[in-house]
Design a protein. Structure first.
Length: 214
């Protein structure tokens, strides 16, 4: 039995088109930034912590307080829009094979999620994907306030996971660096949002995990 920890955005699903609309609405209503939010822009940012994303996307807001107000509004509208999507839409934004593969893996392995997302986002994913019964535990930046590597270590400690039996599945250099800090092996999703040159393993599709952990 292995312990598999998953990233969400760029690994399990791609919400950037939906989120871009929500964030643009928040930006326009807030009125302090001229930022144009697109899916391509978000793909470059997802995987970073929310405070860093806010600094990158809203450099024209110099006040940390106002920038925090805007990113909070962005997250609120994002959550509302994603919460309202139908099961068909949820299925369409998940990468091929995710639901079936997670279900298959859960029969022999322990499954977890660690993300740099805001509080409530992991629960939204598990609800929309129908995986809340197979994801044993999860943590995110919105709860811990720490970098992803430290958040991974916190989850490992509270679930008694050994580094030797634990793998992280993600899609960015930040994910790889988090695994280096946590002392675990990194499986790179080549179909995602980032580039990693020296992962432990690389996969072209999520369903390849079934063979890796057969």
């Amino acid at each position: 039995m292995c312990n598999l920890i998953f990233d969400i955005d760029g690994t399990l699903w791609n919400t950037t088109e939906i989120v871009a609309v929500a964030w643009q609405k928040a930006t326009d209503e807030h009125g302090k930034s001229k930022a144009v939010i697109t899916a391509e822009l978000l793909k470059k940012e997802f995987g970073k912590t929310m405070d860093v994303i806010a600094e990158d996307i809203f450099p024209d807001i110099t006040s940390p307080k106002e920038r925090q107000e805007l990113i909070t509004l962005c997250c609120r509208y994002e959550h509302e829009r994603l919460h309202a999507i139908t099961s068909d839409v949820a299925d369409s934004i998940m990468f091929d094979g995710v639901k079936d593969t997670l279900r298959d893996l859960s029969r022999s392995h322990r499954l977890f999620i660690v993300s740099n997302c805001q509080k409530g986002y992991v629960e939204l994913f598990t609800e929309k994907s129908g995986t809340d019964d197979i994801i044993e535990d999860h943590l995110c930046f919105g709860v811990t306030g720490t970098c992803k590597g430290e958040t991974i270590m916190t989850l490992m400690k509270r679930n008694g996971l050994s580094a030797e039996d634990t793998y992280y599945v993600g899609d960015t250099l930040g994910d790889y660096e988090a695994c280096q800090l946590a002392g675990i092996r990194f499986i790179f999703c080549k179909y995602g949002f980032g580039e990693v040159k020296t992962p432990y393993k690389a996969i072209d599709s999520f369903s390849e995990l079934k063979d890796l952990f057969a």
